[in-house]
Design a protein around this ligand. Structure first.
Ligand SMILES: NC(=O)c1ccc[n+]([C@@H]2O[C@H](COP(=O)([O-])OP(=O)(O)OC[C@H]3O[C@@H](n4cnc5c(N)ncnc54)[C@H](O)[C@@H]3O)[C@@H](O)[C@H]2O)c1
Length: 446
């Protein structure tokens, strides 16, 4: 789906949304988005269900390195071809698919998504966009150069409460924002040793393909697959990459931030295998129209997060929501729970009513009551409709890459506890040369 291959329809020309030629070539009567899915056992199955709830999606290819997942989901889609190697699927189905959905562990996002984009496919990629800074930059570059339709899987992006918070902040409800505090008590860290020995590789799993570009190592049960890879530096991005991306999203978007200038992570010493169990990450960002000259952002994760602070104290001694963010501005504070709870305005230590009609007089933000089952598919449908030429994605790689880079810089700072690292976005390097070793991965041939 190269830019030059796109045809603008007259109805959508103004919003510069393109209709991929592959869809046009099917004829106007049959505008189906033909999808191929990589990783369908965990979140990938939710992604698949959300996508097929759109009437114009046709699942053509399914790929998983775990035969149990592949057989189960393959059985539900008898017309789709099944594969265990995404490279084989993308080559074999290249002419039969329009979009690729990447829902694998984080270390495989970039290799799979880049291959799909090389073939000019639209890509829906789970969060965080990738495992390394060099990868997110390459993904953004390719998506932009080829003008491909892309979306990162932060499905709560379009929920009412987040859109409302964005509108309120950008309307100046608390004036210019000087600080954001955000938190999650979840812990995707691990302080165990590098595992010794090897376990038998289950017959259903292709371990070499699961490792993909990551360095070869013996298989160990319950350490890597499924899910636990999140805790490990070679595969996931810890709690920042798991919950952080969702919780960062609204303040990051509302304040129109770019990548930070400095980052410091207060955490335990790195062990080279698992992420720290508690991270307190302090970023400074250059100012934007919605912030003071500089913005400070403090993230807390792990057991006990966040540490108490007067800026997190609520009126009536109310308990802080388990996860969320607090904007601190010149005229007050805005609390944004995560998730499906409305933002709350706090002025002079007291809750203050928000006259929503004043900010959204025409009710453009939509239904005020959230319902996860009803609302989560919207983000997926937006991707499908953008591919069909009738909508515009809200979390394309141009946005997702900046947000993920910010997350990844905090992850890298965890290798240098308590040290302030200075990021040069133009050069894509740290002033502290030792930190640059963590900007990219090894890229094994597999
Ligand atoms: N947006 C959300 O709310 C949300 C929620 C959960 C997970 N996620 C994201 O989804 C992704 C997957 O997470 P998960 O919890 O499903 O992990 P998981 O380990 O439970 O499942 C991953 C699936 O991908 C398969 N897989 C692994 N490597 C593969 C490869 N090279 N090719 C094909 N299939 C492969 C596995 O066999 C498994 O079926 C992660 O990036 C995670 O951050 C997003």
């Amino acid at each position: 789906m190269k830019k030059r291959d796109f045809l603008k329809t007259s109805a959508i020309a103004a919003s510069s949304v393109f209709l991929p030629q592959s869809l046009m070539s099917q004829g106007s009567a049959q505008k189906k988005l033909r999808t191929a899915h990589i990783g369908i056992g965990g979140m990938g199955y939710q992604d698949l269900k959300a996508l097929i709830s759109h009437k114009s999606v046709q699942v053509v290819g399914l790929c998983d390195v775990d035969a149990i997942a592949l057989d189960k989901v393959g059985g539900e889609f008898p017309n789709a071809k099944t594969f265990k190697d995404y490279r084989v699927m993308l080559n074999e189905l290249s002419d039969q698919i329009d979009a690729v959905i990447v829902s694998t562990p984080d270390h495989t996002h970039a290799p799979a998504a880049l291959m799909a984009m090389e073939k000019n496919k639209a890509v829906y990629c789970q969060k965080p966009l990738a495992h390394h800074v060099t990868e997110v930059r390459a993904m953004r570059k390719m998506a932009e150069e080829k003008n491909l339709i892309t979306q990162m899987g932060i499905q709560v992006h379009s929920f009412y409460d987040y859109k409302l918070a964005t509108l309120l902040i950008q309307s100046g409800i608390i004036g210019k924002v000087s600080r954001v505090r955000a938190w999650s008590p979840k812990n995707w860290g691990y302080d165990g040793p590098y595992p010794k020995g090897t376990d038998a590789i289950p017959s259903n799993l292709d371990w070499n393909l699961w490792l993909g570009t990551a360095e070869e190592r013996p298989f160990k049960e319950k350490i890597y697959h499924p899910g636990n890879w999140r805790k490990l530096v070679d595969f996931g991005c810890g709690t920042l990459g798991d919950m952080g991306v969702h919780i960062f999203d609204t303040p990051y978007n509302a304040l129109a931030l770019d990548v930070p200038k400095t980052v410091k992570n207060k955490c335990r010493k790195p062990n080279g295998f698992g992420y720290p169990e508690n991270n307190i990450v302090t970023y400074t960002f250059p100012g934007t129209p919605y912030t003071t000259d500089q913005l400070e952002w403090i993230w807390y994760d792990g057991k006990g997060a966040p540490l108490s602070h007067k800026e997190l104290r609520l009126p009536n001694q109310d308990k802080l929501p388990l996860q969320g963010a607090m904007f601190i501005g010149e005229k007050g504070r805005l609390l944004l729970p995560h998730f499906m709870e409305p933002p709350r305005l706090i002025v002079n230590g007291k809750y203050s009513d928000i006259d929503i009609k004043k900010y959204d007089p025409k009710g453009k933000l939509g239904l005020t009551v959230n319902d996860y089952e009803r609302d989560a598919p919207k983000h997926y449908h937006q991707f499908v409709d953008t591919c069909l030429g009738t909508d515009k994605v809200s979390a394309p790689f141009s946005y997702a890459a900046r947000l993920t880079e910010t997350i990844l810089l905090g992850v890298i700072a965890g290798r240098f506890p308590n040290k302030t690292l200075h990021w040069d976005s133009q050069k894509a390097e740290f002033k502290e040369a030792a930190a640059n070793a963590f900007l990219s991965g090894k890229n094994r041939d597999f």
